[in-house]
Design a protein around this ligand. Structure first.
Ligand code: PBG
Ligand code: ZN
Length: 327
């Protein structure tokens, strides 16, 4: 007996109660990290037009916004700081000020929600007036080693505020080892280092750059973010970060890069995060708004795909709406 008509695979999925037996669960809320934007001031809850349902918060409103997702059991957040045109400079020095929005938010969130794992994005593009992820050389390229030194200051400042983990996203060579050494030197021995290790130069970051006002004022990021047409180099970026002491690796974006997630999963023992980015979030909303699909069904199917590819953690704007769109 090796096939039809005796063997009928539909038996296993014929009814909802049977499917329930065999279907694997969606990833639980504890696997999700919510990226959130925090700026200066008070009482700020400003809608981000390109990302319906996501807001720019101040520290006080962020605490209120976290209540529901924390009740639903999400694992953590990833904090992004907002600057202002008048506070930006050539190297992004607001990023390592101890009283900047991210540092203040870390202290407040850890005090109010001690069981939430708080990661901080470590980059400079939201703080530089030119919008690149580090200071520029005369020829317009980012000065790699100067950027690493700045990123280390940012990471130490975030760790000092009490962040559980720092997440460098600038794609500079040596950023992981430089931050690692700086954390050790400052005796922050328990701070996690989640590297944006395989981060592609992608057209899916547009809504985020609107939210952060962090788009490069000239050129693009292809000189540091990795190319989707050179997959071996993209995997090597993660290998290097593992060798430099990253605790968690990441693939970003997620949905166009499921093959990369799956391959990396085979090649590392480290926990692997996937970043379901702003453009992926916005696309599903745009489709659902035009009656081209049901939002909740689209969200569940896409999140399961990321999970199936092998991501241990999912960094997603949907985490802030977990009960509404996933359960
Ligand atoms: C900054 C950074 C970006 C994102 C996360 N960190 C934008 C970029 O690299 O241009 C994108 C996140 C998203 O689109 O959701 N280095
Ligand atoms: Zn950046």
């Amino acid at each position: 007996m090796s096939g039809y008509p005796e063997i009928r695979l539909r038996r296993l999925r014929l009814t909802a109660p049977r499917r329930r037996l065999f279907d694997e669960p969606l990833p639980g809320p504890e696997k999700f990290i919510w990226p959130v934007f925090v700026g200066a001031g008070r009482n700020l809850k400003e809608p981000i037009h390109a990302m319906p349902g996501q807001y720019r918060y101040s520290v006080d409103t962020l605490l209120s916004a976290l209540e529901q997702p924390v009740r639903e059991g999400i694992g953590g957040i990833l904090l992004f700081g907002l600057s202002g045109a008048n506070r930006k400079d050539g190297k992004g020095s607001e990023a390592w000020r101890d009283d900047a929005p991210v540092q203040r938010a870390v202290r407040a969130v850890k005090k109010n929600f001690p069981h939430l794992v708080v990661f901080t994005d470590v980059c400079l593009c939201a703080y530089t007036h030119h919008g690149h992820c580090g200071p520029l050389r005369r020829d317009g390229q980012v000065d790699n080693d100067a950027a690493c030194a700045c990123l280390a200051r940012v990471a130490v400042s975030h760790a000092g505020a009490g962040a559980d983990g720092v997440a460098p996203s600038a794609m500079m060579d040596g950023q992981v080892i430089t931050i690692h050494r700086a954390l050790v030197e400052a005796r922050f021995l328990d701070t996690l280092l989640m590297s944006y290790s395989t981060k592609f130069a992608s057209s899916l970051y547009g809504p985020f750059r609107e939210a952060e006002q962090s788009a490069p004022q000239s050129g693009d990021r292809q000189g540091y973010q990795t190319s989707y047409r050179a997959p071996a180099l993209a995997l090597r970026e993660s290998e290097m970060d593992e060798a430099e002491g990253a605790d968690i690796l990441m693939v970003k974006p997620a949905l166009f890069y499921l093959d990369v997630i799956a391959r990396l999963r085979q090649n590392t023992q480290l926990p692997l995060a996937a970043y379901n980015v702003s453009g992926e979030y916005a696309m599903l909303i745009a489709a659902a708004d035009r009656n081209m699909g049901d939002l909740k069904a689209l969200v569940r199917e896409s999140l399961f795909a990321i999970h199936r590819a092998g991501a241990d953690l999912i960094i997603s704007y949907w985490a802030g709406r977990y009960g509404e769109v996933v359960l």
